[in-house]
Design a protein around this ligand. Structure first.
Ligand code: ATP
Ligand code: MG
Length: 571
């Protein structure tokens, strides 16, 4: 792990951490135990990162532990691929569950026995009511529900039917096991909730051992109790489920008494954090896969070049509260830039090359100049770069007929080539179609290293460049928001809000030769362009880079019809 990857335990305070402190102070808990309980039906996303940082962070800060528990109670949607990806992503984010890797499916036998326990206590019954009727019998928020006729079955009959459900005698959906609580409760979750459903499906871990599966509500709290979880942290939509969570804990002979606390989920502008939608994006091939760098998944972000430490930092800054809100996407980009600014080496790359020939530079001669690797980190040192007669600059850095505030290169104008020399544009070369294909310039030998000449002459712009003599080519993938609107799907089909310009691929980009051997994942700042990283698709001789994030708020500029380079006149 590099310095940037070290997990800090200074996570500030929030109401959850306050509760934990009070419980410790009052002697209510000896060791704090939390859990992160993903359902393995998709890859983890940045919203999960918030839950991971909270669960693992808050426990570690007080010498407690956090379990990783797969909530694998629905074999219809769950896959081993997701289990493996989730483990990898939690580790990547910087957390470790040690010995405490668990699965709700580890408890299937115990959960079943407790189901029988509830039946024997007269607190659960088998219901044969067809699903639509059961729905209408549930009532509404303003009307109480109606008791099912099966609610009056004897304990013996219920026990017999529940056992036969387990034995596989009935088809999917034929019967369910329900808790017998209160069909008139103002809390819908207490209106005899379903505890078990019949599902003849192979489970990734238990195979065909079971054909009845516990519901989330039934499995979750009991799994917490089995694992000795003290603080079961979940998102606000489960607040109304807490009375059921507590009812089950109170009515079962569980080995410990966990408590559930709810916090607001993370929402980010322009970003979708619904596994259902993310799954659709992948299955409908609207992105290249779960790790497409435009995806808000941890796998996608890692591939895009977002450091784990930046994610942790962002999540920390966004805070733990009880009120739902939407965090600006720019707050995320800020955290990424801030971290990369400290750790990424600087290099020069030209995305859309325009040839520049220095007429008063001898043919065949090259010179080695020195460039700083990271101005934020003197220990990163310097590197040699080649200067020569033929160079490439960014096409956007030249305008034949510059508007008033454009200070970069134009006919007759002098600019600085970073770490190089001052050059003046003498002649514009065009092809038959009238397109600019090269610039003929002269340089001033008194400006070596890009320093001002003895006469104190100043220039208004410094441009990045690469030398034709040793530049290497690369493909650059520039990303924009996957969705074009701040609240995707707010008025209708979410897929209609997909940004058609979320990916721009540039070929024939030119880079300093130092980048030819950069390993996959390496983060670099291309001067004046942004932070990039070497993509997985990169191979020797076929370099591919992802733009992780622009230097400033690129998106605002693109929307305003601007360019991804610094504002005209700004550079
Ligand atoms: P689904 O979209 O299928 O409901 P989910 O996003 O809730 O799934 P889980 O696998 O059940 O996914 O989530 C694991 C944990 O992560 C849960 O405790 C959940 O509350 C938490 N979590 C999920 N999304 C967010 C989010 N956006 N912000 C904070 N926590 C989240
Ligand atoms: Mg969930």
């Amino acid at each position: 792990m590099s310095a940037a990857d070290t997990v800090t335990t200074d996570a500030g305070r929030d109401f959850i951490r306050d509760i934990i402190q009070e419980d410790i102070a009052a002697g209510r808990v000896a060791q704090v135990v939390t859990r992160f309980p993903p359902e393995p039906n998709g890859y983890l996303h940045i919203g999960h990162a918030k839950s991971i940082c909270l669960n693992f962070g808050a426990a570690a800060e007080v010498g407690g532990r956090c379990n990783l528990r797969f909530d694998d109670t629905n074999p219809a949607k769950e896959e081993q691929e997701y289990i493996d990806a989730i483990k990898q992503d939690v580790h990547w984010l910087g957390f470790d569950w040690g010995e405490h890797l668990h699965h709700a499916s580890d408890y299937f036998e115990q959960l079943y026995e407790w189901g029988e326990f509830l039946v024997r206590e007269g607190k659960a019954y088998v219901d044969d009511t067809p699903p639509d009727r059961m729905r209408s019998q549930r009532g509404t928020l303003t009307e109480p529900g109606q008791n099912s006729p099966d609610r009056y079955r004897s304990v013996e009959e219920n026990l017999d039917l529940f056992r036969r459900m387990r034995a596989g005698e009935f088809p999917n959906g034929a019967r369910v096991l329900r808790a017998k609580i209160d069909m008139a409760s103002p809390n819908m979750n207490l209106r005899d909730p379903v505890l078990y459903r019949i599902l003849h499906a192979e489970h990734p871990r238990t195979g065909n051992a079971w054909c009845i599966y516990p519901t989330y509500d039934y499995a979750h709290g009991q799994s917490d109790a089995i694992e000795g979880v003290t603080h079961s942290l979940c998102t606000l939509e489960f607040e109304d489920h807490r009375p059921l969570y507590d009812w089950l804990i109170e009515n079962l002979p569980v080995p410990s008494r966990p408590h559930q606390y709810e916090f607001a989920r993370l929402n980010i502008g322009y970003t979708v954090l619904s596994k259902r939608v993310l799954t659709r994006l992948v299955s409908e091939h609207r992105v290249a896969g779960w790790d497409d760098p435009r995806m808000p998944t941890l796998a996608g972000m890692r591939r895009r070049g977002v450091p784990a430490a930046a994610l942790r930092d962002f999540v920390k800054r966004s805070g733990i509260t009880k009120a739902n809100s939407v965090v600006e996407f720019s707050a995320f980009e800020y955290a990424v830039r801030e971290l990369l600014n400290r750790v990424a080496v600087r290099r020069m790359a030209v995305l859309r090359p325009l040839k520049l020939v220095i007429e008063n530079w001898p043919e065949g001669k090259t010179e080695t100049l020195e460039a700083i690797n990271n101005p934020e980190d003197p220990s990163a040192g310097t590197r040699p770069i080649t200067f020569g007669r033929e160079l490439y600059i960014e096409r956007e850095d030249f305008l034949e007929d510059p508007p008033k505030k454009f200070f970069r290169l134009a006919p007759g104008r002098e600019v600085r080539l970073r770490y190089g020399y001052f050059v003046t544009c003498r002649e514009v070369v065009k092809d038959a179609a009238g397109e600019v294909v090269a610039l003929r310039c002269t340089y001033d030998p008194a400006t070596r290293g890009g320093n001002a000449p003895p006469d104190g002459r100043k220039v208004q712009a410094t441009l990045h460049w690469v030398a034709a003599a040793d530049a290497v080519t690369a493909e650059m993938r520039l990303y924009n928001h996957l969705f074009a609107r701040p609240a995707p799907g707010a008025d209708g089909d979410i897929m209609a809000d997909i940004n058609p310009d979320s990916l721009e691929v540039l070929n024939g980009c030119l880079l300093e030769p130092a980048l030819a051997t950069a390993p996959v994942g390496e983060a670099v700042q291309f001067e004046r362009l942004g932070y990039f990283c070497v993509d997985l698709d990169s191979a020797p001789g076929r370099l591919v880079f992802n733009r992780t994030v622009g230097l400033r708020d690129t998106w605002a500029k693109v929307q305003a019809g601007g360019s991804p380079l610094p504002r005209r006149g700004g550079g």
